[in-house]
Design a binder for this molecule. Sequence first.
Ligand SMILES: NC(=O)C1=CN([C@@H]2O[C@H](COP(=O)(O)OP(=O)(O)OC[C@H]3O[C@@H](n4cnc5c(N)ncnc54)[C@H](O)[C@@H]3O)[C@@H](O)[C@H]2O)[C@@H](O)CC1
Ligand SMILES: [K+]
Length: 509
Amino acid sequence: MIELLTPAEMGRADALAIAGGVPGIDLMRRAGLAVADACSRMAGHSGQVLVLAGPGNNGGDGFVAAKVLRQRGYRVEVLLLGDPGRLSGDAALAFSEMQAARLTAGILSQDTLDRVPGQASVVIDALFGAGLSRPIEGVAGEAIDRVNGSGVPVLAVDLPSGVNGASGEAMGPAIRASRTVTFFRLKPGHLLLPGRQLAGRVEIADIGIPASALDEVHGSEAGKTWRNDPALWGPAFRPPCLDGHKYARGHAVVVSGPALSTGAARLAAGAALRAGAGLVTVATPPSAALVNASHLTAVMVRSFRGSGGLAEMLADRRLNAIALGPGAGVGDETRALALTCLAGERAVLLDADAITSFTAEVEALAGALSRRTGARAADVVLTPHDGEFARLFGESAVGASRLARARAGAQASGAVVVLKGADTVVAAPDGRAAVNDNAPAWLATAGSGDVLSGIVTGLLAQGLDGFDAACAGVWLHGRAGALAGPALTAEDLEPALRQALAEFFSRAG
Ligand SMILES: NC(=O)C1=CN([C@@H]2O[C@H](COP(=O)(O)OP(=O)(O)OC[C@H]3O[C@@H](n4cnc5c(N)ncnc54)[C@H](O)[C@@H]3O)[C@@H](O)[C@H]2O)[C@@H](O)CC1
Ligand SMILES: [K+]
């Protein structure tokens, strides 16, 4: 279940299920039951539950849950935002079924705000879900502030109210939930920040939408979106064959910076080797050759002079993946090296200074990419963090969500874009995208990005395509960070990567 559906796609999946003969009220009853089950687990055998219900179908799920919880013996209070007479469709039906079970609703207003959260041991947030269309204001916003300030555990229905399901952005006040029950598939807003933090632990409930609906709705004009998970890229990443040769696993090159900035390239090179590249060479300017050579053992060192020298080295077609950027320095020289890397039939990763060397000149980069030929023409990966992304693509892209920005960047450049952050997004030029959620906060440390570049380059050398290598690299990097644990440094990631790979291969069988 790694597909992510936007609220609009989810609405179409609901509609397809209904058109296929599953009544909408049945979907709502199953949704509400799943919410009631989650609430029972949170509240224990007894307790008081406050249900905040909105005017749409999210509120409808809340009415079903309220009724079920009441029947289970909980004390339940329902406060409805708006006029019950204006409820319509399945929500109106669920409201009357709740009333038939002798549970009435109060109206959420200034007069009833002091009952929020009152004596409740759990608050069910059924104000807004997929239908949130503007920032929450007025009494609903005040109720959200009161709930958030109370410390009472909150169970959100589908999405924490106020969170945009497509982007994870908080549109005005937003519920801070301890748990969220969503339906059929996760939404991008459950993984993108701040939505991920506001949703708490997310559970996915099956409400009877047939899997066939997924084929029709997942991946429309906006492209497919997934949670970054081994299920996405695992099939493309096989362990070495018993009768394999190291040359079959590629030869990665990492370009070193000058004498005083060589550590980044060595971190990347070590990670590329650990990720499984058969051979790894650090390509170094002559001034840094000695310092690189004195620190490297399994990784080879070769010196080159300027972009002409690098082009000569790269004439060896066995060098099938190259990384440039970590410690490279910003300027014309790095830019020329990047164009040299791109002008050949090999996979290329550009990071850090290599990206910044194209500041506001994405057309120059895109032009070089468009001239690429051969089987690996599309295997170019850019790994910017937010600042580097803004420098390359300009401020205009800054307002959009990280998912939309990464997609726009991939489309504008023609490269796979890894927009790094706590919620790293990987996007391909054709619109495919994956959102990563396994990286611990400890991973934000000096040199961590260099290790990521190395892992991705090592995977590119083994023949993974740009999107798979980027997704796998980001996931393995996050997993290595989690295994290395608190207070990790970039040096700790390489041994932890070994453990992450061992885990992955043992699960993949
Ligand atoms: N048949 C279905 O479509 C199903 C829907 N389900 C539930 O239905 C939800 C989606 O229902 P809806 O599409 O009705 O949307 P919501 O219930 O999320 O909200 C829509 C209503 O809120 C109003 N609204 C939106 N933003 C507002 C704001 N900031 N301030 C005040 N009012 C605002 C809209 O005008 C509309 O009346 C899902 O999140 C899920 O919980 C589930 O019951 C499963 C089945
Ligand atoms: K909600």
